[in-house]
Design a protein around this ligand. Structure first.
Ligand code: AMP
Length: 618
């Protein structure tokens, strides 16, 4: 076990990602992997790597100075399993350290250990901020930097804050029991496997086992029935907040909200979402047919006493109260509010069952053909009662053993904007790749078939790009290179959601026509100069391809470089340094992002996480 430099006892240690504390106000905070070591007195973090064991201390927090140990609203950072340690510095400033664990279980273990070690601190606070500072405001309460914490501490650990119990002895520490985790179902879930339990919205469950990241064993607190259910269908009761309401869409963009409400087509139908322009502020989006069907957006304001209001006639202490009042009285709004009839769309089910990536073909019921692509025919299918797409790999197109190994890794990649790989049937030939089914097919065909509606509808087109970018930023964080990002490899779901597909497949293709940059099937028009020259793939070559995808989106599915032959494109891009022209209706600021993606020096291209920030600042 690694020491802490002073022969301190090590209670827990692991790699986690830490958010920079942004001492220079003009730099964007970034996240870095650090080796965290917990001793009875300190939390210390180091850089360095696992292999060499050489580490340099980067900072430490005295546990006696810790004021709060809490979760953070995950949507604030676009990453999962973030927790915070709020402490007093030597200069007596209150500082927050944000740390992202790799899994929920890991986060809960750290929370548990830290909370037990700080339980006696006289400086413990009974309030904290469950957001972070963005600009000069807290995202949670939109108060200024120095405003007092807004959220009540929910942690008691059988050990209410303010009434500390004696510090645990080392023996007691090793026997620490994890806290009881109670979750609330956000969506209905119909059991797929015999070991599953169904979830009904708003029901409460105790989590019995969360060793699998995406399938937790839970006990229904009303019926006592136990079984597995997807962890992304529930939310911890402690951080439930507005998520319990069907009308709350969290970080959905303005365009997502519009698409959602237009589909419902009900007078007065509304949603509340976090404002994309002002962090910490909520926006009400409201559908009305009064003059013509349209969605209007209103900021929910807060007065000096902290009351929420949409018009001065009605002020309430909470947003649900405000919504309730406006359901009965329009009071300044064009119509009375009516909650959506269909709630938020349920997220993708994370694969058919706990880490079972090899699928028995007898469990698959193959239906109509959806299309055919690079690797063979794709068919719609049912895996028990789950809709799936089945890609039947043309024999000889893949280096199969490598791919099957990689499939195990790929089943673990999960993001709302990635096509979920459910598993493979690799025992027979052809190999089947089984993924989530997306009703509206490929993004390229979708853009082409809807070009009349979409062309010049820049908000929707930008939202499509942003969705792809979110999926790619996740892959970038996982250090996974796509290698064949293009509109043809993205898919569109029933509600207009865009997901990136076919990630990593390119690496396993054996077809020379596809793998060499001189081959007829090689995606030359999406390839960065360093790929064309040296076959050097990286997340930054994915960024180049992403710029081309943005161009495809804003030209509604045109072929990049028109009819130019591959050899001509190579000459233009590699030798002459040409890039694609601005699509006809594309705004300048969007084209500027494309140009950044096409920087000839890979290191100068923005990362996907930077592009998200650029979009959000627009
Ligand atoms: P691909 O082999 O990925 O290029 O897929 C060929 C065609 O099959 C695509 O253009 C889509 O129309 C369709 N397709 C592929 N995957 C899916 C999916 N997961 N859901 C629905 N349609 C799909």
């Amino acid at each position: 076990m690694a020491g802490t430099g002073k022969n301190e006892e090590v209670l827990k240690e692991s790699f986690m990602t830490k958010r920079s504390q942004n001492k220079r106000a003009f730099t964007h905070p970034n996240w870095k992997e650090r080796w965290f070591v917990l001793s009875p007195e300190n939390l210390i973090y180091y850089d360095g790597d696992k292999q060499s064991g050489r580490r340099k201390e980067r900072g430490r927090v005295k546990l006696s100075q810790v004021v709060a140990v809490e979760c953070v609203d995950t949507e604030v950072f676009h990453r999962d399993w973030v927790f915070q340690l709020c402490y007093n510095s030597e200069e007596n400033e209150q500082i927050v350290l944000y740390i992202a664990a790799a899994t929920s279980q890991e986060r809960d273990q750290w929370l548990d250990h830290l909370r037990r070690l700080v339980a006696q601190n006289p400086c413990l606070s009974d309030h904290y901020h469950n957001g972070c500072i963005k600009g000069n405001q807290w995202t949670c309460c939109k108060g200024g930097k120095d405003v007092s914490a807004c959220t009540r501490v929910t942690w008691t650990n059988n050990n209410p804050v303010g009434q500390p119990t004696p510090s645990p002895t080392p023996d007691a520490r090793s026997e620490m029991m994890p806290q009881r985790k109670v979750v609330v179902a956000l969506y209905d879930y119909n059991a797929i496997d015999p070991g599953d339990i169904p979830l009904r919205k708003h029901e409460e469950f105790e989590v019995i086992e969360d060793t699998q990241e995406y399938w937790w064993k839970m006990k229904n607190l009303q019926t006592g029935v136990e079984g597995f259910a997807p962890s992304n269908y529930v939310r911890e009761k402690e951080t439930l907040g507005l998520h319990q309401y069907d009308w709350y869409l969290g970080d959905a963009t303005r365009q997502r909200a519009e698409v959602f409400l237009m589909q419902q087509e009900r007078e007065g139908c509304f949603v509340v979402r976090n404002s994309t322009t002002n962090s910490g502020i909520y926006t009400l989006s409201l559908f009305s047919k009064r003059s013509h069907p349209q969605v209007k957006h209103y900021h929910i304001k807060k007065d000096a006493e902290g009351n929420y209001y949409l018009s001065h006639n009605i002020k309430c202490q909470t947003i649900p109260d405000l919504i309730f009042r406006h359901q009965h009285n329009p009071a300044g709004l064009p119509v009375r509010l009516r909650p959506p009839t269909h709630g938020r769309h349920a997220p993708t089910i994370p694969g058919p069952h706990p880490d079972k990536w090899e699928i028995d073909p007898n469990e698959l019921n193959l239906l109509e053909e959806l299309g055919s692509g690079q690797f063979g025919v794709v068919r719609h299918g049912k895996l028990r009662n789950l809709d799936v797409a089945v890609k039947m790999m043309k024999e000889g197109t893949m280096s199969e053993n490598d791919f099957i190994e990689e499939a195990q890794v790929m089943t673990k990649l999960r993001h709302p904007n990635l096509v979920q790989l459910y598993g493979v049937c690799s025992m027979y030939r052809p190999i089947y790749i089984v993924t989530e089914y997306l009703k509206n097919g490929s993004l390229l065909n979708y853009l082409r078939s809807k070009d009349k509606v979409l062309l010049n509808n820049n908000e929707i087109l930008l939202d499509m790009c942003l969705q792809v970018c979110e999926g790619m930023a996740y892959l970038e964080r996982q250090k996974f290179i796509h290698r064949d990002l293009a509109a043809r490899n993205c898919l569109v779901g029933a509600h207009g959601e865009i997901k990136v597909g076919d990630f990593g497949l390119a690496r396993h293709v054996v077809d020379d026509e596809y793998t060499g940059s001189g081959g007829a099937k090689f995606p030359i028009k999406w390839a960065a100069p360093e790929v064309l020259n040296f076959m050097r793939f990286s997340s930054k070559s994915d960024v180049w391809a992403y710029g081309v995808l943005m161009w495809e989106v804003f030209s509604c599915g045109k072929m990049p470089y028109g009819k130019a032959k591959n050899t001509e494109v190579v000459e233009m891009v590699v030798q002459k340094g040409c890039v694609l022209d601005k699509p006809r209706f594309c705004p300048d600021n969007v084209y500027n992002v494309m140009r950044k993606c096409w920087d000839r020096t890979p290191e100068m291209r923005p990362a996907f996480s930077d592009i998200i920030r650029i979009f959000q600042d627009e």
